[in-house]
Design a protein around this ligand. Structure first.
Ligand code: GDP
Length: 458
């Protein structure tokens, strides 16, 4: 579609009315004309201008507003844009929308359509757009910082630099292929290209190694609460979440599905996962719950293995925890309010002998929760506070970089005396994969997935 016949889109970009202010944005070739119809003129570029907004059909004043005019290409989307800051009432917004709808070539925007135009016009690459989505969704300061860094090109700029590097190596080889008939082309051209590919490969692998922290900052440090039924898992979750997030029941096997609660612990996101009671069961529904619980536990960063200190069965001990494959397991001996000093003394001596961290708690009364929560907070802090900002924040990035590494590995495997054509092909494939990461090459299929998460007006 040529630029002039592209629809001009409009949307409410601020929150739901009623609100103090409602920001209506327009973008497209008729944005200037539409603004002129509403306020009688086009204000000076990028200068806040007070103006009466009128219904062009009746001439009636709808509101008085601050208006802004951002002519393309130096606007957020790269196209002409206008912004009208109205009083945030439902009636004001409705009247302005009604007028806009009657303007030729204007229509309401779809979710994420402004950002999509910014992408199509080359103002933002895909990783920046993902960063923007993360910034908008950020709930903790650390998530906010990561979203902003990514919006500003932390991963996009680096991936593009890598791609340019590969293209340069590729050019070396292609030159050799093209001039191979000529006698005085230096023999060893593959060597420098492969050395460059090797350096790049190691650099990308280094960035990948730090990836889990970046992804966790989006999804939260995952803490699974598991243990036998009735040990008090839901009670503990509620205590930690300080609200009724899970159903507490005195009947075994009631918490069948994993329940997630998102916490902000010292500025870092933590996802608490309450799992169905892990135990043998004949009930197929319960078995499914148990299977899912094991899956969540296997992927968790930390497992809190909860036992009932007042039940003196073998099950209450730490041995079941041994079967868990998670990175770290803490044993929490719960219900200490039900047992006397005798048990606690026994548990304390136990905890010094065990390699696993052990805490004595009562999820019901709150006894012992404070020191356990403080240790948890410190652990999460430590996990997230490595010095360098993680570059990879999504599984999509990780996959793209892994594919790039394997393509580079294939190129390297040919060796300096290998076939130039084959090395070139593998390098080309590495460059293409990086191009997909930033959205420079064939990403149509990805776009819908990425923009689906956006709100209208963004
Ligand atoms: P889950 O099956 O592991 O999720 O266990 P629940 O959290 O549903 O708790 C099972 C029962 O144990 C409920 O009746 C809770 O009130 C009780 N309970 C949980 N924690 C404690 C505790 O620290 N002390 C006592 N006395 N009871 C508890």
């Amino acid at each position: 579609m040529d630029a002039a016949s592209r629809p001009t889109i409009f949307a409410l970009s601020s929150g739901r009315p009623p609100a103090a202010i409602a920001v209506v944005r327009l973008c497209g070739p008729r944005a200037g004309a539409a603004l002129e119809k509403l306020i009688g003129r086009v204000p000076k570029p990028r200068q806040a201008t007070l103006a009466r907004v009128r219904d062009p059909a009746s001439g009636e004043v709808i509101d008085e507003a601050i208006t802004l005019w951002f002519p393309g290409p130096h606007s957020e989307t790269g196209e002409d844009m206008a912004e009208v800051q109205l009083h945030g009432s439902p009636a004001v917004v409705a009247a302005v929308f009604e007028a806009l709808r009657t303007f030729e070539g204007c229509r309401p925007a779809e979710a994420g359509e402004f950002t999509r135009r910014a992408f199509e016009n080359g103002r933002l690459d895909l990783t920046a757009i993902e960063g923007l989505a993360d910034l908008i969704a950020a709930e903790t300061p650390a998530q906010r910082r990561q979203g902003f860094r990514q919006l500003k090109g932390l991963i996009g700029d680096r991936a593009e630099a890598w791609r340019q590097h590969i293209i340069a190596a590729l050019a070396l080889i292609e030159a050799r292929i093209d001039f191979s008939d000529e006698a005085d082309v230096p023999e060893d051209l593959l060597g420098p290209a492969l050395r460059s590919a090797k350096e790049l490969r190691d650099e990308i692998a280094g960035a990948l190694a730090k990836s889990s922290r970046g992804e966790r900052l989006r999804d939260g440090f995952a803490v699974a609460i598991t243990g036998p039924p009735n040990a008090g898992k839901s009670t503990l979750l509620n205590r930690l979440a300080q609200r009724d997030a899970a159903i507490v029941s005195a009947h075994p096997g009631t918490t069948r599905d994993a329940i997630e609660v998102h916490l902000n612990l010292g500025g870092y996101p933590v996802t608490l996962i309450d799992t169905a009671g892990i135990r043998d069961s004949a009930d197929p529904v319960e078995q499914e719950g148990i299977r899912r619980a094991r899956e969540r536990v296997a992927m968790a960063d930390l497992v809190l293995w909860l036992t009932d200190a007042s039940a003196d069965s073998a099950e209450a001990g730490g041995e079941v925890a041994e079967n868990l494959s998670a990175a770290d397991v803490w044993v929490l001996r719960n219900k200490i309010d039900l047992v006397g000093d005798k048990c606690c003394a026994r548990n304390e001596s136990l905890s010094t002998n065990e390699s696993k961290k052990t805490f004595l708690i009562s999820a019901l009364t709150g006894a012992g929760i404070e020191p356990m929560a403080a240790t948890l907070s410190a652990t999460v802090q430590e996990f997230f506070s490595a010095t360098e900002a993680p570059m990879v924040t999504r599984a999509r990035h990780r996959r793209a970089l892994e594919e790039t590494i394997s393509a580079l590995d294939r190129a390297l495997a040919h060796g300096p005396s290998g076939s130039e054509e084959l090395v070139a092909e593998d390098l080309r494939s590495a460059a293409t994969t990086l191009g997909r990461l930033t959205g420079r090459v064939d990403v149509e299929d990805l776009l819908d997935v990425i923009f689906r998460d956006f709100c209208i007006g963004k």
